[in-house]
Design a protein around this ligand. Sequence first.
Ligand code: HEM
Length: 532
Amino acid sequence: SGYLPKLRNALEKFGVPELLLNFVSTKGKGGETLKIIPQARGALSALRGQPFFIPLYNLFLTYGGIFRLNFGPKSFLIVSDPAIAKHILKDNSKAYSKGILAEILEFVMGTGLIPADGEVWRVRRRAVVPALHQKYVAAMIGLFVSATDRLCKKLDAAASDGEDVEMESLFSRLTLDVIGKAVFNYDFDSLENDTGIVDVDVFTIMYIYPFQAVYTVLREAEDRSVSPIPVWNIPVWKDISPRQRKVSEALNLINNILDDLIAICKRMVEEEELQFHEEYMNEQDPSILHFLLASGDDVSSKQLRDDLMTMLIAGHETSAAVLTWTFFLLSKEPGVMAKLQSEVDSVLGDRFPTIEDMKKLKYTTRVINESLRLYPQPPVLIRRSLQDDMLGEYPITRGEDIFISVWNLHHCPNHWINAEKFDPERWPLDGPNPNESNQNFSYLPFGGGPRKCLGDMFATFETVVAVAMLVQRFDFQMAIGAPPVEMTTGATIHTTEGLLMTVTRRTKRLIIPTLEMKLATSVKVEADDSLK
Ligand code: HEM
């Protein structure tokens, strides 16, 4: 009896006008009315000129937790209902692939963990997840501290000179430096290089600032995800377009760097005495790459490179965006900032954070949780149905492209009290950290089900350390005359014109302690049981 609505849904997907569709009966055998997914109408012009998830939010308020949106010849299902999101991501996750996302990211991630599906994904997830064990994450705290300390030195200089700082690009550099070391022990050193991130030439990318290659590739991935026509696939265009040539130069450069790093690491693994075991870690080089090679990963494989590239991208702009929007939110809520600074002062005093502090910085963690609610990165999750299925009460066919709007779930006025308010205490400080399981898929900062982010604890600690160290030493205000902070979107939510802030040293003089890079190996990290 699900056949007719399925047919009707399928016809609707191909843009058959409603008038004709009405000839397809929606009555089941017993005369009951079968459900047809509501179709959003008349709002397409609204999609232009603002980040696409904003009009999707307005349509959600009109059409509800699942609706269809036809966009030219393309048709999408927009899901904003927690139960349906849970069904797709967790309960029936095998029936869904990454669809369009895999197509867009293929040029940079190949079959890396984010785009991969099926057996490739299963095998690689099993290989990579163990690399992010507790001892590794604990060791990363030292890395977060030293990178943030370098950022603090830059801010110190700006504060002395009375210069305003554009925080978004600094956060992007901070998290690039962190993820390069964490994933394959490479120092991009982007915080130390003061060039602008925008369009540099190939020469600069190749010989002066390799980190620019990462930005060239990232911008391309973002442009491709919002471009209606895939010009990059047109054979001649690929070769003659200067921009496409620059992208391939940048990709070549990153791949060469990766090949070199893999070779160097392989030699280290061969020379070391360490036996491989569950919590294996080389203290000089705790990187994920080192773990993977020691565990017997195939060095020559393109798959290894794809996975490294995937983690580089996955762990870079996401964390940067979280920091950017957190500081924006804090600038609007001085009361939250005051509480945050008071927690940081009482837990840390003048010293650097350690792994033990991660449990104690409860309010700081809630600030990150709440920032991720208001600005989820990425704001939508993409899937494609591999078989017919039921979404709630609606039958769907194979081949549907689906956007799960995390933005809508996180802003739903029926679910959240004062949904738009930045209120870190909406989750009790002595309660569990909010995650998709304990929030019944109304809150999905790291996705959910088998494809959940494997860097969630890494990213939480990274952002908690950065926020704590920054507010420990500085006060932040929007700069006078700063451009308005508006959103634009690629893979993550960016500002349109940066986040220009005035940074001042806290009046309480702090004695900056010497950096202790000792790895906190004996301490157990309090793991979130839903993680792995
Ligand atoms: C997947 C968010 C940091 C590696 C995901 C997904 C989300 C997410 C929502 C699920 C995507 C989907 O279901 O389609 C974030 C956020 C981060 C962050 C908000 C920072 C605040 C990181 C870091 C790493 C990482 C630091 C690496 C160390 C990955 C990988 C996947 C993933 C490999 C794919 C997992 C799979 O499909 O099996 N991330 N992530 N992420 N993330 Fe993260």
